[in-house]
Design a protein around this ligand. Structure first.
Ligand code: F0G
Length: 357
């Protein structure tokens, strides 16, 4: 039995590694990937579908970004870069910071001032990245990151506009097919900058082209209602949502996301913050999976699409839950129920539990 080696080694034959890289390069890896595909009993019962959660919050830095980042930082190191830079709503910065730390590269992260979840900031600090707050939103940060890396070629841009990021992230689709033994009928996931929906569609399409799966899923891309450019069909100038991870008004991978939706006979859908929070609480309470608010978009989309019949009963559905709930303790604690306080008294404890009989 071999230990899991990380994505690059596990899927090396399906990844664009090494053509232009320095001889002797090695993967920069935290053994990302191989995340659970969890059968979701309560959601299956609720929807009449066979629902599975792809739990990406169990990656090394707590989000799916690690799949792309192992590729992006390996490439940066293997092509002689000195530093990496990204724009981020938080998860990309945590991931870039961790991989840069083990690669021995400088790392700076451009984040929208005051709009990233506390846990993500803590991660970037601990991994030793330079945090640069920008007076603007994610879209402004990305423009600044693109301009900086276009001017200084010792700095590598590690956002998903870097093509190797998408390549790394497509491996999640491979893992799902390998676990299910087929493609799901529908794949639901949150959409912000639209890199991940692009990546999943590429993964499924490659397996399909190789005859490993006979069909590809319909892609259901879910955005927050206050940040839903793909649903509206136009960029959103001032995106706003409690799901800060997907607070993005002008997705970089717009065309690829639309292609994924069209080619798969899929759909974009918006979920209000209220529906996102409902799904966020439901998936924790009924499935035991604590995700961050943006991640619950896939579940909110599942609930809406089964309710209005876009997803038929009996369908096999995979919802990617993209990030770990621990990253955003503020949102979790904002709906804190009343907390009991007792003395050193077993009866009071049992009473607080409602279990004194
Ligand atoms: N879910 C989470 C938890 C995210 O952090 C992101 C993106 C998405 C979903 C959307 O994925 O952008 O590929 O459509 N976060 C980026 C970041 C923007 O900076 O961490 P996407």
């Amino acid at each position: 039995h071999q230990p899991w080696p990380g994505l690059i080694q596990a899927y090396r034959h399906r990844l664009p590694v090494c053509d232009t890289w320095e001889p002797g390069w090695e993967p920069v890896t935290l053994r990302e990937g191989a995340t659970p595909l969890l059968p979701a009993r309560a959601l299956s019962e609720l929807t009449g579908c066979d629902v599975h959660l792809k739990v990406e919050g169990l990656n090394p830095t707590g989000s799916f970004k690690d799949r792309g980042m192992t590729m992006a930082v390996t490439e940066a190191k293997a092509t002689g870069k000195k530093g990496v830079l990204c724009a981020s709503t938080g998860n990309t910065s945590a991931s870039a910071a961790a991989y840069a730390a083990i690669a021995g590269l400088e790392c700076a992260v451009l984040v929208p001032a005051g709009k990233i979840a506390m846990g993500k900031l803590a991660q970037a600090v601990m991994y030793g990245a330079r945090i640069i707050e920008v007076d603007g939103n994610f879209d402004d940060c990305l423009e600044l990151a693109r301009k900086t890396t276009a001017t200084f070629d010792t700095i590598s841009l590690v956002n998903s506009v870097n093509p190797v990021r998408i390549e790394g992230q497509k491996t999640a689709a491979f893992e799902i097919v390998d676990a299910l033994g087929k493609a799901p009928d529908v794949h639901a996931l949150p959409v912000g900058n639209a890199g991940n929906i692009t990546a999943y569609w590429r993964g499924y399409s490659e397996y399909h082209a190789d005859g490993i799966i006979g069909s590809r899923p319909r892609m259901l891309g879910v955005q927050a209602a206050g940040a839903a450019p793909l649903v509206n069909g136009a960029p959103v100038k001032n995106p706003e949502t409690i799901a800060t991870a997907i607070r993005i008004g002008s997705p970089a991978s717009w065309n690829q996301a639309v292609a994924a939706k069209d080619e798969s006979n899929g759909q974009f859908r918006a979920a209000t913050d209220e529906k996102l929070l409902e799904a966020y609480r439901l998936v924790a309470k009924t499935e035991g999976v604590f995700v961050e608010p943006a991640s619950a978009a896939s579940v909110a989309g599942l609930l809406a699409a089964t309710a209005d019949g876009w997803i038929e009963k009996g369908s096999t559905v995979v919802c990617t839950v993209t990030g770990n709930g621990l990253k955003d303790p503020d949102t979790a604690l904002s709906s804190l129920p009343e907390i009991a306080r007792v003395g050193i008294d077993p009866v009071a404890v049992a009473a607080a539990m409602g279990l004194t009989e």
